[in-house]
Design a binder for this molecule. Structure first.
Ligand SMILES: Nc1ncnc2c1ncn2[C@@H]1O[C@H](COP(=O)(O)OP(=O)(O)OP(=O)(O)O)[C@@H](O)[C@H]1O
Length: 239
């Protein structure tokens, strides 16, 4: 059974269509880089998948049509948007442990084991030292790593990430790409990751989807494919 199947997905805003009959098939857990010029519809694609904007077509996750209820949708996809805010003071560890909310009932408390899982993902991202800091005091890149840690605790089969490395330094960019590769290999997750960091894709296995192309389709990642898409994207976008 395929992990993810998308058939004739159409989405946009009013008269302006950004996704025109997008179809692809992901047979097994895979890393998929979603690339394209600014405004080519990358975030729109993830918004259509997560039901934030209306769309036509079919999306199947593990052979099942995508449910419309938000709770059931969240079990299929974990999602990290480009901008994410918290309006209340909370420590890093508290925010990360909330990634486990789907395995809890309404008034359940988080256990010592939950906190130790949260500490473990913070270590894997190299930011364990931030665990007792107030989230809103952190730098933009530090905050991005904390959101990633929270997402790693969610147990959905498909993770959707909108530019998760946008504000990171070169060390943490590489670390996050390595970690996404390990989610696929060790935890059998499928990762769809929007990115402009094409050079970080050079060592990775998986697929690439270039939404700036007239008929985007999945292509196997290889250094040659990445470099040819880099060249394509260095050309002026066609609107
Ligand atoms: N709510 C909206 N209403 C109307 N147009 C919108 C809306 N949201 C986005 N757009 C437009 O749709 C186009 C695609 O936007 P989208 O955010 O999907 O691009 P993107 O490929 O993710 O770009 P970037 O690389 O800059 O993040 C843009 O031209 C944008 O202005």
């Amino acid at each position: 059974m395929a992990v993810l199947e998308i058939k004739d997905l159409v989405a946009g805003y009013g008269e302006r269509l950004l996704l025109r009959n997008l179809s692809f098939f992901v047979p097994a857990p895979t890393f998929i880089a979603i690339i394209g010029h600014n405004g080519s519809g990358k975030s729109t694609f993830l918004k259509a998948l997560t039901g934030q904007i209306p769309s036509q077509g079919q999306v199947l996750v593990q052979g099942q049509p995508l449910p419309h209820r938000p709770g059931a949708l969240a079990r299929a996809f974990s999602y990290l948007p480009q901008k994410n805010n918290v309006a209340f003071p909370v420590t890093v560890l508290e925010l990360v442990v909330m990634g486990l909310f789907r395995s809890k009932r309404l008034l359940d408390h988080y256990t010592a084991q939950d906190y130790s899982r949260a500490e473990d993902v913070l270590s894997r991202l190299g930011v364990h030292h931030l665990r007792h800091r107030t989230f809103t005091d952190l730098s933009g890149g530090e905050q991005q790593l904390v959101w990633l840690a929270q997402l790693m605790l969610q147990d959905s089969p498909v993770a959707l990430l909108d530019e998760p490395t946008q504000q990171l330094d070169v060390y943490h960019k590489k670390r996050v790409f390595d970690l996404m590769a390990s989610w696929v290999q060790q935890e059998q997750k499928t990762v769809l990751c929007i990115t402009h960091d094409l050079l970080n894709l050079l060592p990775l296995q998986g697929c690439l989807l270039n939404l700036s192309q007239p008929h985007p389709q999945l292509e196997a990642l290889s250094p040659e494919t990445v470099l040819s898409h880099q060249k394509f994207l260095e050309e002026k976008p066609q609107h």
